[in-house]
Design a protein around this ligand. Sequence first.
Ligand code: SAM
Length: 448
Amino acid sequence: MSTASQPALAQVLLASARHIHEVLTGSSLTDCLARTPSTVRAAAQAHSFYTLRHLGLAQELRRLLVPRQPKDPIADALLMQALLLVDVAVRFQADREAFIDRPETPIYSVHTVVDQAVEAAQSQRQLRPFKNLLNAVLRRFIRERETLLEQALKAPVARWNHPTWWVQRLKKAYPSDWQRILETAAIPAPLTLRVNQRRCSVARLLALLEQAQISAWSPGHETVILEQARPVQHIPAFDLGWWSVQDSSAQIAGRLLPVTDGMRVLDACAAPGGKTAHLLERADIHLVALDVDAKRLERVSENIQRLGLDGDHVHLRAAPAQDLDTWWDGVPFDAILADVPCTAAGIVRRHPDIRWLRRESDIHATSALQQQILKALWGTLKPEGHLLYVTCSIFPEEGQQQLDQFLTEHADAVLLPESPLQVLSSLETRDHPGGDGFFYALLQKSAH
Ligand SMILES: C[S@@+](CC[C@H](N)C(=O)[O-])C[C@H]1O[C@@H](n2cnc3c(N)ncnc32)[C@H](O)[C@@H]1O
């Protein structure tokens, strides 16, 4: 039964099945959610996150149970999602305590899942022909669950819930860490904030959160981590610009690039402006914020306005960073942040759709673009100036290999020892911020 605030599970299953189908055909989950009616959006998001984190297992189970994939892709996605929910329901019955710290897991009774999945199929004309199949397959899964799981988990895609090519690449790049990396990817990331030090302090924000009965802690710097994620509008002082949402590893950028008052700084791939704002919070700089995507650049403008960081000292430009003729006035920069486009393989905890959206060939395409951007930007940097090269990837082609090639080709580039280089995604504890996977190289141009 649905209420004004709680839609019926059948509707949620349908909305989420559409998301899964759309992600598998190339749409980002963020875009799918923007098209989802607000009445089901939050619940469907939770289901889609869970399903995408376990999609490899769902695909393999469906393949074992129904070797001929259902012709309708929404029916297929509905079935895969229901298989995962039945599995959760059975595990929950057996061991409730195992789910105490897993508020993100959608838990229903087995009966409810089967009933509502069938109801979802019944509610749509094109899905009705699959109603009986859905019912029969789910019931067979309940009967043979253990054997089917054992069989399915032999496939790497099901065991690790990433495409097989992805698993193989990580094995090769990180022979002793690849399992931990993939295990971390399965655990939802917390909501992490960066305090806007121009408006607030960490202590003040923590006190405000405590008053609002929101559990949070700071692992240091300007970082505050919430025990439980929640919509930003439900966290105090968002409109006052006291804080921004930003992963702890992403917060390294604003601290690492040396910027001081009066410097001329370029943020070459700025949108939506998380790191732009951090730089502006740290010093009174003259900043050019560039991004190829004019629409995304509007988000930079909104963000810096909310944080009270806008003004004549910030210039937004929509242009491709590598085409200097289209945007550069010839005046060199003291510091450059090059947070270049990448596969985003390091942020799969926050964006479980990324692993299913990427193709192996994307690594080659993005690394070629990164190289072009980096080379072009180097020419706009003053002697003795700093350039911070950043990607949110863990594929070496976008990080260490890119850096090695750049250093080979640029005798005037020096890698500074404070560069963290490859940061792997890690879990947060009270004294460790954890965070996403990033690559950071801080370069300085020699004086002559
Ligand atoms: C990793 S995101 C940047 C995130 C941003 N620095 C932040 O912290 O919020 C990469 C950005 O590069 C932009 N981009 C892609 N190709 C570009 C190009 N050739 N020149 C400039 N920007 C580009 C994308 O539109 C995207 O906004």
